[in-house]
Design a protein around this ligand. Structure first.
Ligand code: ATP
Length: 319
């Protein structure tokens, strides 16, 4: 009997539901029995498997979050927890477990693969910080959420002729700050990958104020520092009184963008094709405009930094 299981793990990301739907429907289309696992690796350990029919994924594509729920599982990283997970998956006898999640989830899937439980990973996290792929499901929606929030903040900043400091998510990576900063025309972008000179930034803010610019947006990646600290440094050096917005979890939720639903659907479908072709233990990756399935070792070895050319472009366009 052909069997697949699918779970979501790590932080939720908009587009995960489209991806679950694609795995379930493409799987059924090709004659698989498909099981959904609730609560990520926690659910594997506890055997929270439920058969998924065509209707089980109806009416979910427009929602953020994940209908299978997600979790971070301490137990899975312990010897007993991992052994229990292996027992459960062997009993379920799946051709592959499809894991939708971030780099931690991929590390977990690679461990399962090494223990002879076939897995395929679909990259999903709003941070876009996974090795081996240029895109992770959820990133585009998060960028659009930041853009919309900045456009609201901009109205107040312009009315009060202020500097607006906006702290965005991304953990130790600056992809959200860089791409949202470029998209909203931020005057300065602070990234963990590219330490900024606060004197230079403040000089630029003062010059643009003198030139008559009504307001300035300073985008701060959470990995580069706290928005409030950055605002204090700007105030000390310029005399301006920046206001600070920490966007937080609003960046994780919301209806997925068209792009995330399309990527979720395509990646989910390719994951099933990859299992059918017997190419398991791979990451479904977006590389140079193509979707490809790359072995985990190759994916882990392909660490991605930020695109410095885009950082330079954002700086030039903000003069
Ligand atoms: P996000 O990017 O949204 O945080 P993630 O997949 O990186 O997603 P993590 O919390 O790092 O989120 O990982 C999810 C789960 O994967 C962990 O709770 C743990 O159960 C498992 N995991 C993480 N790292 C490892 C590892 N090195 N070995 C085995 N399992 C791991």
């Amino acid at each position: 009997m052909k069997r697949l299981a699918v779970l979501t793990s790590g932080g939720d990301a908009p587009g995960m539901n489209a991806c679950i739907r694609a795995v379930v429907r493409k799987g059924i289309y090709h004659g698989f029995d498909v099981f959904g696992v609730e609560r990520g690796y926690e659910g594997v350990i506890d055997g929270l498997f439920r058969p998924m029919g065509l209707n089980s994924v109806a009416g979910i594509i427009q929602h953020g979050g994940t209908m299978l729920k997600t979790a971070r599982s301490e137990r899975f990283t312990t010897e007993e927890g991992f052994a229990a997970a292996i027992r459960q998956l062997r009993e379920l006898a799946v051709d592959a477990l499809i894991v939708i999640g971030g780099d931690g989830s991929m590390a977990g899937a690679a461990r399962l693969a090494a223990a002879k439980v076939p897995t395929v990973v679909i990259p999903a996290t709003i941070d876009n910080d996974m090795p081996g792929t240029e895109y992770t499901i959820g990133f585009d929606t998060a960028l659009n959420t930041v853009l919309e929030a900045v456009n609201r903040i901009r109205d107040t900043a312009a009315s009060h002729e202020r500097v607006a400091v906006v702290e965005v998510m991304g953990r130790s990576a600056g992809h959200i700050a860089l791409m949202a900063g470029l998209a909203c025309g931020a005057e300065a972008i602070l990234l963990p990958e590219h330490p900024a000179d606060m004197d230079d930034i403040c000089k630029g803010l003062k010059q643009s104020h003198q030139r008559g610019k009504l307001y300035s947006i300073v985008m701060v990646a959470e990995g580069a520092g706290k928005g409030f600290d950055v605002a204090a440094q700007i105030a000390e050096r310029t005399g301006f009184k920046p206001h600070v917005t920490v966007l937080g979890y609003i960046q994780r939720g919301g209806s997925p963008s068209a792009f995330d639903n399309i990527m979720g659907s395509r990646m989910g479908a390719l994951a099933v094709d990859t299992v059918i072709q017997g190419n398991v233990n791979r990451l479904i990756a977006y590389q140079q405009g193509q979707l490809v399935a790359v072995p985990y070792e190759q994916a882990f070895a392909n660490k991605r930094g930020i695109d410095l050319a885009l950082y330079e472009l954002a700086s030039i366009l903000a003069i």
